[in-house]
Design a binder for this molecule. Structure first.
Ligand code: ADP
Ligand code: ASP
Ligand code: MG
Length: 435
């Protein structure tokens, strides 16, 4: 198959399709965007959270809440279509079909596999949002082709955190995005399917990753992810009022920032792009002509300012062998295996002779993790702590982050300082408050 030159991949997240005026705004951006173009779109607004409520009600057999939770999802999309649709367009029909399919699924008994049920239900968010946006764009004369990415993006069957089957996906992506009969495709982020065509998801916020996969396979000239911020800033502006934009950063630095939890880019996004040296642009969909941030290969990068990454709602858990054996040789692999079994990710790790400590996200498997660990270890934990990471720290930056805070653990390396602290409101001289 001949390589198609100059393909561009755009990704719009939930915030950029959160209401009808946002969709209209995207159509303006797309009208004047270069082609050939593949556009990846997430579920609208907070619909993934709303669908998670549907899953929980369904899985726990709460008939009434299932109906209520479903109606919330239905009403949101219906009002979107009511607002966007002129007469005689077909996306109302498509919406009805999709909502019917979702409701039919909810009328059946769930299997015993929560993660599987989750993916089958939550994926409707992206399918519906792309159907609406594609229909709207066609109505407005921005002709495009809607692609269901599920038969194209093949994955393993690790539901809720599916891994990509690269050889199969490469084949199907190249065959599907041929640009023979269109110069604009609209497709979903976040979702894929197994070899048996069962829907999977790539993990929360995974649409950035989907865009990177498409960019990699199509040898895109660049990938742009459109956000509600000016680009990658030196901190999340929701809690750090004086955040400033980084004009360009290296893949290396960006991977470090996302690894430490900078929420602006999904951590898996950068590898497929770095591997083919495809630049990633992070731009504001509000101010679409502004320059944003470019992530690319840079030799001898100099980042002059500290970058702050805050992770809230953390648990700091400390594990000690009951028999006073050393944590290192005897127990570490067992502890890692147990965390991995319950799919609890560690955001920071630390050990001494007899203790292993980790900072973890609060999630629904944590209680099961504790039960499993307590068979062999003493387990202690602090709930509701926060983890702050300062890349390129200096004394001032450390003071700014830790003054008046109760630090319970710290880790300082050449480029990075990390502190686990008891949560308390952030007062950084702004009226915006904490998040
Ligand atoms: P999407 O619409 O693609 O889902 P996200 O909400 O996941 O976008 O990411 C954008 C948000 O990331 C911003 O609104 C901002 O609050 C947050 N954010 C966290 N860290 C940073 C950072 N270093 N730079 C810019 N934004 C950040
Ligand atoms: N809709 C999914 C989520 O909210 C995927 C994404 O937005 O990237 O997690
Ligand atoms: Mg998001």
């Amino acid at each position: 198959m001949a390589k198609i030159e100059n393909v561009i991949v755009y990704k719009f997240g939930g915030a950029s399709v959160k209401d009808a005026s946002a969709v209209r705004h995207i159509s303006k951006i797309l009208k004047s965007s270069p082609r050939p173009l593949i556009v990846v779109i997430s579920a609208m607004g907070k619909i993934t959270n709303a669908l998670e409520e549907v899953v929980n009600a369904y899985f726990d057999h709460h008939q009434l809440p299932v109906n209520e939770a479903f109606q919330r999802v239905r009403n949101f999309h219906q009002s979107m279509v009511d607002d966007l649709m002129k007469t005689n367009t077909s996306f109302q029909k498509q919406l009805n079909e999709l909502l019917d399919a979702l409701w039919k699924r909810l009328e059946q008994e769930p299997s015993l596999n929560y993660d599987f049920e989750y993916d089958q239900i939550v994926s409707f968010g992206e399918v519906i949002s792309t159907a609406i946006v594609s229909g709207y764009l066609n109505q407005e004369g921005i002709l495009n082709k809607w692609v269901d990415i599920r038969p194209v993006l093949k994955t393993n069957d690790v539901y809720r955190d599916a891994g990509i089957d690269w050889p199969l996906s490469t084949r199907f992506i190249k065959a599907t995005f041929s640009f023979v009969d269109t110069n604009l495709y609209i497709t979903q982020g976040f979702i894929g399917s197994t070899q048996n065509n069962l829907t999977t998801t790539l993990g929360r916020e995974g649409s950035d990753y989907s865009a990177a996969i498409l960019g990699h396979v199509m040898d895109a000239s660049h990938v742009t992810i459109w956000k509600d911020v000016a680009g990658v800033l030196n901190a999340d502006p929701r809690w750090y009022p004086n955040a400033v934009k980084l004009d360009e950063i290296s893949y290396w630095e960006a991977i470090e920032l996302t690894y430490f939890g900078a929420q602006v880019i999904h951590p898996k996004t950068l590898k497929p792009l770095q591997n083919k040296l495809i630049p990633l642009h992070v731009k504001s969909f509000i101010n679409s002509n502004a320059s944003g941030t470019i992530i690319k290969h840079i030799d001898n990068e100099k980042i002059l300012m500290p970058v702050f990454i805050l992770k809230q709602n953390q648990i700091f858990v400390t594990i000690s062998p009951r028999d006073f054996s050393f944590i290192m040789e005897d127990n570490l692999s067992d502890i890692f295996a147990t965390f991995s079994q319950f799919r609890v990710k560690m955001n920071l790790m630390q050990n001494s002779a007899l203790n292993f400590s980790a900072c973890i996200d609060t999630n629904r498997n944590v209680d099961s993790l504790y039960i499993a660990l307590k068979k062999r270890y003493t387990v202690r934990y602090n709930e509701d702590v926060e983890l702050i990471t300062i890349r390129h720290y200096n004394e001032d930056a450390i003071g700014q982050m830790t003054d008046n805070k109760e630090v319970i653990d710290s880790q300082i390396t050449r480029k990075t300082a990390r502190f686990v602290m008891i949560s308390s409101p952030w007062r950084l001289g702004s009226d915006r408050g904490g998040i």
